[in-house]
Design a protein around this ligand. Sequence first.
Ligand SMILES: *[C@@H]1O[C@H](CO)[C@@H](O)[C@H](O)[C@H]1NC(C)=O
Ligand SMILES: *[C@@H]1O[C@H](CO)[C@@H](O)[C@H](O)[C@H]1NC(C)=O
Ligand SMILES: *[C@@H]1O[C@H](CO)[C@@H](O)[C@H](O)[C@H]1NC(C)=O
Ligand SMILES: *[C@@H]1O[C@H](CO)[C@@H](O)[C@H](O)[C@H]1NC(C)=O
Length: 348
Amino acid sequence: MRFSTVSGLVAALSLACASNAARILLNNDDGFGSGNTRELYRLLKEAGHEVVIVAPATQQSGQGGLTEFTTEANLTAPSQYDIVPAGAPSVGTDPNDSNIWYYNGTPAACTFVGLDYVIPRYYKDWKYGPDVFVAGPNFGVNLGPFVFTLSGTIGSTYAAVSRSVPGIAISASNDRIAYSDVKNTSNPATWTAKASFKVVQEFIESTPEGQSVLPLGYGVNVNIPPLDNDEEPPIYQTRLTGEADTDIAAYDEETGLFDWDFALPKPAGVNACWNGDCSLPGETWIVNGGGVSVSLFTVDYDAPTNVYTTDVFGKVSALFEGPKGNGTSAGSKKLKRGLARPIIKRHQ
Ligand SMILES: *[C@@H]1O[C@H](CO)[C@@H](O)[C@H](O)[C@H]1NC(C)=O
Ligand SMILES: *[C@@H]1O[C@H](CO)[C@@H](O)[C@H](O)[C@H]1NC(C)=O
Ligand SMILES: *[C@@H]1O[C@H](CO)[C@@H](O)[C@H](O)[C@H]1NC(C)=O
Ligand SMILES: *[C@@H]1O[C@H](CO)[C@@H](O)[C@H](O)[C@H]1NC(C)=O
């Protein structure tokens, strides 16, 4: 990691300043004018980090990991909150801040435009790309495996993780607010940003210089409960499964239309715990109880090695060519060696 000691004037001005300064790519599916994201941007910069926002030009919630690039060179309508007018390029910056970029595409597309266009062209000193990717804080929580694939906040994060950038997805419970409506530091967007900052900063601060914030393939899912003041909510180590919700198709006899609703009782399928520590509390339960949840995920979605996996493969093993691994084959041994490698040093 490129972490260097913050020196000179910046350090002199702020004793609370981080000793680790990180390069952070910030995104948010709610758009580049999100009050939550702009407040987190402010706090991360105040701590001495270099931060670049690349986020959708418009509200893009619920897009999951969909990567959709615009086919128009210029915006056909004004951006969110009229920050930039129709006719402006489809990728560009806020007129008041050249480190706040918008792109007219999905959240995951913005991650890639950030990694492959904005940073290589305009931040050439970010030679190794961002140290950390952060999405959010989203307006609305993203709890449990079901929303994992549905949320643009999480989708833009696993897009970064898949590109070897440590990713942290953050979702909160406060109402949508435009950056221009955040007029003081005593409002839910600022409280949410402070709770988010605390987690991001802890990950950065506790990473030794020269190391990556997360191992390859790892991401973090953070959820924040409703906040009434800037009292810091308790933070818990959690898992995605456990009291998690999923949907049903709720049919309306009068209109003949479907809408989603929560499945009750909570289905066992979405709560099956195969990976991670199944004794941890579920993130849904923690956030409903007023805590901040911190869950880890990996983008390795393979089923774990256990008797069920062996049985399931066994049903169709007659179809397979080549080694039939059950954790004992040469191929699996190679993989295990790969996983046991030390954390890749992405920066000198
Ligand atoms: C986009 O806008 C630029 C000016 O900003 C203009 O030169 C260009 O022709 C426009 N492209 C399209 C496809 O409208
Ligand atoms: C840019 O800053 C000026 C002066 O503070 C303000 O009037 C204007 O609304 C800002 N524009 C945007 C897009 O935030
Ligand atoms: C801060 O702004 C919010 C609206 O965002 C308002 O409700 C609150 O009263 C303001 N607080 C102070 C101390 O000015
Ligand atoms: C599975 O593992 C056992 C040893 O635990 C080994 O004897 C067996 O050959 C393996 N089966 C396959 C399909 O690799």
